[in-house]
Design a protein around this ligand. Structure first.
Ligand code: BJW
Length: 249
């Protein structure tokens, strides 16, 4: 693992900070990552389920998988990694700097930890929409009665997330690109950094001469300047403490 102090010093000096997160940030909350054997469900690889084609071919299976994940997300609590990112935002913004959290996660845990300046690139699992009309609904904390569940306009409910081959929400992606272009430090936390366009933001930050830092239990293909190897729930609180002498709540 690279030293934490140079990264802490860069954070202290930074006028603009971007944090890009992925599923690994929620692993310590008990949620499964997307890739690797831990993410498989009933013998299925998630990458084969998160597509419009999979939903069309087997809406029952795909709905049931997403509903199980929705209920797990609602039952989970933010962990020290989510809390450290929220504290980092408060420190940077409190000192007059710019901050944006760009998450690929759909579980809503960052918001529940207190993050405010953030965009969700891949949508949110707690919101569903009629696959025909697009009308959104926020189901309660009980399992759906049927898979697929009927939508309000005669279609089926599908999660309000971005599947492979679908476009990301333009406003979120534009906000991310603008923040990345003017950031001094980018933290890349708990993501395998293989899904585009999110993964491309790391190269854009490096091109903007930002200090780029990976926080992950293992090194990924992301071309970063620093790697802090370890669980995000341990590394991030230490980093924020070191940078600002603040204790994440
Ligand atoms: C820990 C830890 C701990 C564990 N602490 N760390 C350019 C090149 C090649 C392909 C493309 C390209 N541009 C577009 C594409 C196609 C495609 C793509 O990227 N494919 C690649 C797989 C090759 N992209 C798209 O289709 C995107 N749309 C698009 O580009 O539209 C324009 C277009 C349309 C049509 C044609 C062409 C272009 C859409 C991408 C949507 C991704 N959606 C998903 C599902 C969301 C809903 C759901 O959750 O089910 O998003 S896929 C899945 O991957 C999910 C995640 O957000 C995303 C990233 O995964 P993530 O978060 O990194 O998780 P993992 O599990 O992979 O990694 C976890 C990491 O945590 C690991 O590294 C662990 O080590 C680590 N870890 N414990 C710290 N305690």
């Amino acid at each position: 693992m690279d030293g934490i102090e140079p990264v802490a010093a860069a954070l202290r000096r930074a006028r603009g900070v971007v944090v890009l997160t992925g599923a690994g940030v929620s692993v310590e909350s008990g949620l499964r990552p997307f890739r690797g054997r831990d993410g498989w469900w009933k013998g299925r690889d998630p990458t084969t389920l998160a597509t419009p084609e999979a939903f069309e071919a087997d809406p029952s299976l795909v709905s049931e998988w997403y509903d199980a994940r929705r209920l797990a997300a609602l039952a989970a609590a933010p962990n020290p990694a989510h809390e450290a990112i929220a504290e980092l935002e408060r420190q940077v913004v409190g000192a007059g700097g710019r901050f944006l959290l760009v998450t690929q996660n759909v579980d809503g845990l960052h918001q529940r930890a207190g993050s405010v300046r953030m965009v969700e690139l891949h949508g949110n699992l707690t919101v569903w929409r009629d696959h025909r009309s697009g009308q959104r609904v926020t189901p309660g904390p009980a399992p759906f009665e049927a898979y697929p569940a009927p939508g309000p306009d005669g279609g089926w409910l599908r999660p309000d997330v971005v599947w492979f081959g679908e476009f990301l929400p333009q406003a979120a992606l534009s906000a991310a690109a603008v923040a990345v272009a003017s950031c001094d430090v980018m933290l890349v936390v708990g993501t395998s950094a293989v899904v585009f366009p999110a993964a491309g933001l790391v190269g854009q930050a490096a091109a903007a001469a930002a200090v780029t830092v990976e926080v992950n239990v293992e090194a990924t293909p992301a071309a970063v300047g620093h790697r802090l190897i370890g669980p995000a729930g341990e590394v991030l609180p230490r980093l924020v403490r070191e940078a600002f002498k603040a204790d994440p709540r």
